[in-house]
Design a protein around this ligand. Structure first.
Ligand code: URA
Length: 282
């Protein structure tokens, strides 16, 4: 029997703690005890010797380097959202916007994410779905809504004859996974939202579907909850003055937890189908 320092329940609690803090993937077979590593290795300094007195190299211990002083990056600064707006305004195509998002270093989430998750589906499709943030599957694959909640979303849209290969363009208000799937901060939302608003302008969908309360609050700039707003059409006015009809609906992850709410989501889908028919899209 293997003896461990932890009781099984303690080890399980520790694992849960890691997962809650976003450490949900193993990247090596062997654990490294960094406290047991040897001190920094000595370097050999070779002084420039005077020609007449050849001196042997003197080993000296490298001084522990003080932390490199870098200009602090104020990751909660409103200036970052302004930078994002400025950069996104310069993009005149979706491809340019994607390039700008991928190059943007002003969102702290990018530092912990594996991938930038920009969009999936058909750019220019009649329906643009905007969700909240990539989860672990999306982060790994670099595409939005590819995990279990995305699969439910695909099944729901296929029930009204729509697919991401033909009719849907899918993105999120955030392009990077928050560690441990935590709720994004208002600052992170404001920064990414600047790109997302431009994304909608450039994609020019006939309608936008907002999936879940966080996307609804951010895009519609409201404090009203999703339970009150779902199923109610509203109009989003973009920075270029264009307007687009918007339908808030429950997030598919919520439907997985609360299947009884699928009935309301089905009503939302029928409402979407009707709206598209009224617009002559279907
Ligand atoms: N949830 C979201 O809001 N977006 C995704 O891409 C995946 C899960």
């Amino acid at each position: 029997m293997i003896e461990t320092a932890f009781a099984p329940q303690d080890a399980a609690a520790l694992l849960r703690w890691y997962v809650d803090h976003g450490l949900d993937e193993t990247i090596g077979e062997e654990a490294i005890d960094r406290f047991a590593l040897p001190p920094p290795t000595a370097v050999v300094a070779t002084p420039v010797a005077a020609p007449s007195t050849p001196a042997a190299p003197t080993p000296i211990r490298a001084p522990i380097a003080p932390p490199v002083a870098r200009a602090p990056v104020p990751l909660e600064s409103p200036q970052l959202a302004e930078d994002a707006r400025e950069v996104s305004r310069r993009a005149t195509t979706i491809a340019e916007l994607e390039e700008a998002v991928r190059a943007f270093e002003g969102c702290a989430l990018k530092r912990t994410a594996k991938n930038t998750v920009f969009a999936d589906g058909v750019a220019g499709a009649p329906v643009m779905i905007v969700g909240e943030a990539p989860g672990a599957d999306e982060d790994r694959l670099g595409k939005p809504f590819v995990g279990v909640s995305g699969q439910l979303m695909d099944r729901m849209f296929s029930a009204i004859g729509m697919s991401r290969e033909r009719d849907l363009y899918i993105t999120n208000i955030l392009f990077w996974r928050p560690p441990g799937n935590r709720t994004p901060t208002l600052s992170e939302q404001a920064i990414c939202l600047a790109f997302t608003r431009r994304h909608i302008e450039l994609a020019r969908p006939k309608v936008v579907v907002l999936a879940g309360g966080t996307a609804v609050k951010a895009v519609l700039n409201t404090t009203e909850g999703i339970t009150r707003l779902r199923g109610k059409w509203t109009t989003l006015t973009l920075d270029d003055g264009s307007e687009v009809p918007v339908l808030p609906t429950f997030h598919p992850a919520y439907l997985l937890r609360t299947p009884a709410s699928k009935r309301q989501s089905w009503a939302d889908l029928l409402s979407l189908d009707k709206r598209l028919k009224d617009l002559g899209v279907r």
